[in-house]
Write a protein that binds this ligand. Structure first.
Ligand code: CTP
Length: 399
């Protein structure tokens, strides 16, 4: 339980019979040196008393948004290293999935960016209810972590799925999340994202369908895995940059190149997720082209700088360079060629025509190709989940 020492763990206890088991885990966490702050819902207080949890955590327990310190929820949200919801009821999972914040626990959860571990426990009929499963899926996609309940004897005396997991499983999950938070400790991560826009005249441009979601997810996850510094160089997108990440906005491939090259030497993990335009109009017109000016229009295109290839040439020994290969045919062959030609450590290859992949969808299916010849195909997952998987693998890559 080393990872718990000195960490601020906020435990949200909800109204289920397993609340008494949660009390035991609170005690274990406090013994392992964590600073444990308990929040109880009104219903939780019917199952165990705040006094029990106060005695075990050695801290005052919060139960009421208005009676307790009115700013405490904001303070807790900001300072927590981890939230654990146990037992997580049907009700709290529904509220979280729909953005309802109507008590101390849910307002604190609404305000936090710390990881949240959800430990559901309830009757199987409730657990297998499609609404609960849909809420669970939505929350997982948003980055909430779930611990699967066990199958066995339930509080009602029936058998089924929904039992509160064992103490070891819960403590292990907590330990894993806290350890993961330091996976990229001391690493500086540079990510590019989105399309670029190559202007033809003040109104028209050449661009592509990239949404930027993959790059933004990588920046967000790099932050969450404890990177010392994360910089996101983004082409035009509709997305909000993740909090705590430096964001540099650019338009054209040339601007992206300049922004990346200016910073490249300061970073040790560089992920080029941007869909950089390969071509730009050779001539950009200062005034809007009038349709009456010609019967036909020929636009001559010239190549843009290949940023990644340039980085590959300048790369220092301790830098890790990751490229993305969006292909429509001969996926592995083309991706392998990019890996080699651009001097990459890893290429993330995806067939943009496959269902569940491509620029406009939330999910992606990729094959990772490593410099040493290894390859690994990952199942279809959200771009956020994929970002996490990619960063986990990069963290252990030797330069
Ligand atoms: N890339 C880049 N600069 C460019 C073009 C691409 O840095 N001018 C980077 C992309 O960010 C990506 C990788 O190179 O990480 C591969 O991009 P992709 O468009 O798949 O391949 P290209 O190298 O452009 O080759 P092609 O379009 O012929 O497949």
């Amino acid at each position: 339980m080393d990872a718990c020492r000195g960490k601020k763990i906020v435990v949200g206890i909800c109204g289920g019979i397993a609340a008494y088991k949660a009390a035991y885990i609170v005690s274990k966490l406090a013994q392992s040196g964590a600073d444990v702050q308990v929040i109880m819902t009104r219903a939780a207080c019917r199952f165990v008393t705040p006094l029990t949890l106060e005695s075990l955590s050695h801290r005052r327990v919060f139960t009421d948004l208005f009676r307790d310190d009115p700013l405490a929820h904001v303070e807790l949200a900001h300072t927590a290293d981890l939230f654990v919801l146990m037992p997580a009821t049907y009700n709290i999972i529904g509220k979280l999935a729909h953005g309802i914040a109507d008590d101390f626990l849910t307002t604190t959860l609404a305000a936090t960016r710390a990881p949240v571990l959800v430990v559901p426990a309830m009757e199987s009929q409730m657990y297998t209810n499609p609404l609960l499963q849909e809420n669970r899926k939505r929350l997982s996609e948003l980055g909430y972590r779930f611990l699967e309940p066990e199958t066995g004897r339930l509080a009602s005396g029936r058998q089924g799925i929904g039992r509160f997991p064992s103490e070891e499983k819960i403590l292990q999950a907590i330990e894993e999340i806290l350890t993961e938070r330091s996976l990229l400790r001391g690493r500086r991560v540079l990510v590019t994202a989105g399309p670029t826009r190559e202007m033809l005249d003040p109104m028209r441009c050449i661009t592509n369908k990239s949404s930027g979601k993959m790059g933004y997810a990588l920046a967000e996850q790099a932050r969450d895995l404890g990177a010392e510094r994360v910089c996101l160089i983004s082409g035009p997108t509709q997305l909000e940059p993740p909090a705590g990440v430096e964001c540099v906005r650019v338009e054209s491939a040339q601007e992206m190149r300049d922004a990346v090259l200016e910073r490249f030497a300061e970073f040790d993990l560089i992920l080029m997720a941007a869909a950089v335009a390969d071509w730009r109009p050779k001539r950009a017109f200062a005034q809007k082209l009038k349709k009456s000016s010609a019967r036909e229009l020929t636009i001559v295109l010239e190549k843009t700088p290949d940023i990644l290839a340039e980085l590959g040439r300048r790369k220092k020994k301790d830098q890790i360079l990751v490229g993305f290969a969006a292909e429509t045919e001969k996926l592995l062959e083309h991706a392998r060629q990019k890996l080699k030609e651009k001097n990459l450590d890893l290429v993330v290859a995806n067939d943009i025509t496959a269902p569940g992949a491509g620029p406009e969808v939330e999910t992606n299916i990729v094959t990772l190709l490593y410099r040493d010849g290894r390859s690994e195909t990952l199942p279809c997952m959200t771009k956020r989940q994929l970002a996490r998987e990619i960063l986990h693998r990069i963290a252990s890559l030797k330069t």
